[in-house]
Design a protein around this ligand. Structure first.
Ligand SMILES: Cc1cc2nc3c(=O)[nH]c(=O)nc-3n(C[C@H](O)[C@H](O)[C@H](O)COP(=O)(O)OP(=O)(O)OC[C@H]3O[C@@H](n4cnc5c(N)ncnc54)[C@H](O)[C@@H]3O)c2cc1C
Length: 462
């Protein structure tokens, strides 16, 4: 063999079967993709949702990232992300598969911190100690998958799982559809508008849209079962010094972790662990993704051995699963019509064409719009932002808010016969507001706390 690594070979051209067509094709069934598909279908578009794995959810369910946060504006003391994200929470809560503090529990009461800290529902951006409790929701990954499938079915969205996007079809700068790799070979899916919600900008990058590269820690998230969380919390609260010593060592064994390496889930005895973190990896490279799995699992097994022997409450714990979707936070980022900066986030810049909110920041329509390429929208963690800004604004709720805006914009473009670049943003804002989302423009009403989050039992008793 005289071939060398990084040489190129030519792939022969071949015909590809057209497997399906739709007005809107959403590529990637994560939080942004689900939200985009739901919004486009709700506003009258015929929608196909494509996903490479066997379930919907992306990092939220497949990645087992099990707290919806960054939806609380501490400056305005209000919930900043509504719409599809809130619907997901309400529907999972109705199944007993989402937990959140109600409105009377928010604030700085140390008792509330004790009650909610291990659910991860506190404002971790706050400089106050203990961090104030705010609205955020812990959920079960299968609850997410179930509700997502129900919503897709209710709206008649055509779902194609096991479809790995591989190439964008572009003619004269306009996206015409996508090609997916499947067990049956390659399939073409044609569309009037494509929404890229792959998280890694696969579709826009393949189409030739300008973008940059970013990087952040990669995490192999996992869940432990058999944990006596009551004993673990009591030990932490009643013997803080002993706890701190063991906890410090546990984090050393993990090799990289946030302050809270385990959090409760709605399933008794099952905790999720947002660790171990591995820096310096590229989430688009096979070699690095493989290394993350191998190295991550080594740390996980060492941690289990350690806490079984040392941490009260963890004596009988065992690994339930390591997340099927690797915890990649940042790879390619769109360089769109507007590029969000960390100053925009820190200064809470307001935009006339605001279409989504995150924690206490606002996002303009231009962050969803690629330059140069038409008939394409981008929503989710690969949105048009600097690497630093994305690190501060990539949580699930804002990704869902962006997806919802992209879905509405696609439907409005189709019904008004214009391209997504020329869509009337005021109409998009009006529709978003009408369906319960908060686009964050000047005309946004200050929305009330939804009834399912209010402490109605106490109010009724009073
Ligand atoms: C370890 C970790 C911890 C985090 N912690 C939190 C947290 O506590 N709270 C919070 O709110 N956020 C958290 N985040 C951030 C959040 O999870 C993500 O930013 C968010 O899920 C992004 O949503 P998305 O839809 O843009 O992308 P993703 O969730 O990545 O979804 C992308 C979807 O596209 C699919 N896809 C990708 N490529 C292709 C392809 N080629 N063909 C077909 N399908 C494809 C994927 O399978 C996936 O379903 C965390 C992230 C990580 C990695």
């Amino acid at each position: 063999m005289h071939t060398k690594i990084n040489d190129w070979i030519q792939e022969s051209a071949h015909d590809v079967r057209i497997a399906a067509t739709a007005q809107v094709v959403v590529v990637g069934g994560g939080p942004a993709g689900l939200s985009a598909a739901v919004a486009a279908a709700r506003n009258g578009a015929e929608v196909i949702l494509l996903e490479r794995y066997n379930h919907l959810g992306g990092l939220a369910a497949g990645g087992m990232v099990l707290v919806l946060d960054d939806m609380w504006d501490s400056h305005r003391q209000e919930i900043s992300v509504r719409g599809n994200c809130m619907t997901m929470i309400e529907r999972m809560a109705a199944l007993g598969l989402a937990m959140f503090p109600k409105d009377h529990e928010w604030g700085g009461d140390p008792e509330m911190y004790k009650r909610w800290a291990r659910w991860g529902t506190f404002d971790f951006h706050s400089k106050t100690t203990p961090h104030p409790i705010c609205f955020a929701a812990a959920f079960d990954p299968d609850g997410w998958k179930r509700v997502a499938l129900e919503m897709v079915a209710e709206l008649g969205i055509k779902l194609r799982l096991h479809s790995w996007f591989s190439r964008t079809l572009v003619e004269d700068g306009k996206v015409k559809g996508v090609i997916c790799d499947t067990k049956n070979g390659r399939e073409a899916i044609l569309a009037d508008v494509v929404i890229d919600t792959t998280g890694d900008l696969d579709v826009a990058a393949s189409a030739g849209a300008p973008h940059t590269g970013g990087n952040y820690i990669v995490t192999t998230v996992f869940r432990l079962g058999g944990v006596d969380t009551e004993t673990a919390e009591r030990f932490e609260q009643e013997e803080p010094e002993k706890f701190a010593e063991i906890d410090r060592q546990a984090k050393r064994v993990l090799g990289g972790s946030w302050a809270y390496w385990w959090l409760k889930t709605p399933l008794p005895g099952i905790v999720w662990c947002n660790c171990p973190h591995i820096p310096g990896l590229d989430g688009t490279k096979v070699e690095d993704l493989t290394l993350a799995e191998v190295k991550g699992r080594t740390h996980i097994h060492a941690l289990v051995d350690y806490v079984r022997q040392n941490m009260p409450g963890f004596e009988n714990c065992h690994v339930i699963d390591v997340a099927p979707q690797t915890g990649v936070r940042q790879t390619r980022l769109l360089e769109g019509e507007y590029v969000m900066t960390k100053e925009d986030l820190a200064q809470r810049t307001r935009f006339d064409d605001s279409i989504a909110r995150g924690r206490d920041y606002y996002m303009p329509y231009g962050v969803l719009l690629p330059k140069v390429i038409d008939n394409l929208l981008v929503a989710g963690r690969h949105y048009s932002a600097t690497s630093q800004a994305q690190k501060m604004s990539r949580e699930i709720p804002p990704c869902m808010a962006m997806g919802e805006a992209a879905g509405v914009a696609a439907a409005v473009a189709l019904s008004s016969g214009v391209t997504v670049r020329n869509v009337d943003v005021a109409t998009v804002q009006r529709l978003l507001l009408a369906q319960g989302a908060d686009p964050g423009h000047d005309g946004s009403a200050r929305l009330a706390v939804p009834p399912f989050i209010r402490n109605t039992a106490a109010q009724e008793a009073a």
